[in-house]
Design a protein around this ligand. Structure first.
Ligand code: NAD
Length: 423
């Protein structure tokens, strides 16, 4: 893996210069990248759509979000980088946040440029240099990001993209002795395999993995709004989103009425194609399993032409069925009734995953109670997936560890040194 070795060595050589740069200069460099991404929005959107098949409006929103990562972290370079600690009168003790050095970033295919930017921007802001490996089928916009960074004057080696298969190129990044931190977004099995290498190397990781997130709808909720949000939660990007709401927990008295609302709203949605034949076959497999296990498709339930899967809503689901436990990564919703608040929380938490959760109710005391009880990195009340760069994002359990986004991400791209001075 000579390319990875060359990229990492070049990055390591660039690291001291980038780290020594004045904060204003580092921030201006990130801001220039943000502006240029917005200036090239149309071309980037076109490329992202060509590689993913997603609707242009969605790709455009994701790329605007990618630019916002650079804009946000450009401003955070001015945060204090440590504290002064009151230990003893004869000691001056302070802490300072330091970058790791070379950070490896490995990204999936579902939101290519957005997820690359989500890791690259805070890593650079914290003073690291970065080597990125995008997913094989969607490398284009990440390569464009490197070109933009280069043309905007980022010093050579500070941001490098290496393309290629995960098993070779990805592994080589994780194994490289000069890589001091890896941020991985992708599937649980690959996260585990990276984790095994990291265990040997004592390599810090951020793992952003999958989800099987639950939306809880109580009878007192605004049902029209809840239905349209529940549909958005499982159909956006044809369900190929880690934070999709793929389990819908509905209070029993409104179950039938609410399912009808969801089915009507979902039938009106046109979703894009599955990204690859492989993903299409995966979703087809789960539709077969759902039927074999006795779930009933209220709408959908069979694949369409051209790698399209229509929005599919299953009732008659119990939380132990395969479609309630495994991440499908397609527009497939499993509806499960519940009788009490405690049961709803128990069902939401009875999952190997813990990425996000949603609660819809007019009772705000209950909303806060349930939000506090859900085991997930982020919870939405009376809307689904309010996403913003300011909000830390990450998982519990098999959904991963570490946090991206927000000021919090800077803590995961730097480590703290304590320094004591005898006065
Ligand atoms: P994947 O794990 O197959 O691939 C992700 C990346 O890892 C790709 O770049 C791939 O080339 C690389 N890779 C593959 N094998 C590797 C190995 N052995 N060593 C190092 N790198 C390797 O995932 P995917 O199919 O591209 O994406 C879908 C998954 O990503 C879903 O499970 C989804 O939930 C998850 N995801 C999570 C988040 C999040 O923020 N939590 C966001 C998006 C996607």
């Amino acid at each position: 893996m000579e390319d990875v070795d060359l990229a990492v060595r070049t990055a390591a050589a660039a690291a001291p210069g980038w780290r020594r740069l004045a904060a204003f200069d580092r921030g201006r460099a990130l801001m220039a990248i943000a502006r240029r991404m917005v200036a090239e929005l149309e071309e980037l959107t076109r490329l992202e759509c060509a590689e993913t098949g997603k609707p242009a409006a969605l790709a455009e929103a994701e790329i605007r979000g990618a630019a916002e990562y650079f804009e946000f972290y450009a401003s955070l370079v001015h945060l204090p980088s440590g504290d002064v600690l009151d230990v003893r009168p004869d000691l001056h003790v302070y802490t300072v946040r330091e970058p790791y050095g070379v950070v490896g970033v490995i990204t999936p295919w579902n939101l290519p440029l957005n997820q690359a930017a989500r890791a690259v921007a805070p890593a650079l802001a914290a003073g690291n240099v970065v080597v990125v490996k995008p997913a094989e089928v969607t490398s284009g916009t990440t390569v464009e990001l490197a070109r933009i960074a280069d043309e905007e004057g980022l010093p050579p080696g500070v941001l490098t993209v290496v393309v290629g298969p995960g098993a070779t190129v990805g592994t080589a990044i994780v194994e490289h002795p000069l890589v001091r931190k890896v941020a991985f977004t992708g599937s649980v099995p690959v996260g585990q395999s990276i984790g095994r290498i990291a265990a040997e190397r004592i390599l810090p990781l951020t793992l952003e993995l999958g989800g099987k997130s639950a939306t809880i709808v109580f009878a007192d909720a605004d049902l029209t709004r809840a239905a349209s949000e529940a549909v958005r939660a499982f159909t956006t990007n044809a369900g190929q989103v880690c934070s999709s709401g793929t389990r819908l927990l509905v209070e029993r008295p409104i179950h039938d009425e609410f399912v009808a609302l969801v089915a009507a709203a979902a039938s009106a949605v046109t979703v894009g194609p599955m990204i690859t034949e492989k993903q299409f076959e995966t979703v087809r497999h789960y539709l077969t399993v759902a039927e074999a296990e006795g779930a009933r498709a209220v709408i959908g339930g069979a694949v369409g032409e051209g790698r399209h899967v229509p929005p599919t809503v299953y009732t008659g689901v119990t939380n132990d069925m395969t479609i309630a436990r495994e991440e499908i990564f397609g527009p497939v919703l499993a509806v499960i009734p519940f009788d009490t608040e405690a049961e709803a929380v128990a069902l939401a938490n009875d999952s190997d995953y813990g990425l996000v959760g949603g609660v819809f109710t007019a009772d705000m005391s209950r909303a806060f109670r349930v939000a506090g009880a859900i085991e997930a990195g982020q919870v939405y009340i009376n809307s689904w997936s309010t996403q913003s760069v300011q909000m830390p994002f990450g998982g519990h359990k098999a959904s991963g560890y570490g946090r991206e986004k927000g000021i919090e991400a800077l803590n995961h791209y730097s480590h703290v040194k304590s320094i004591s001075v005898q006065l």
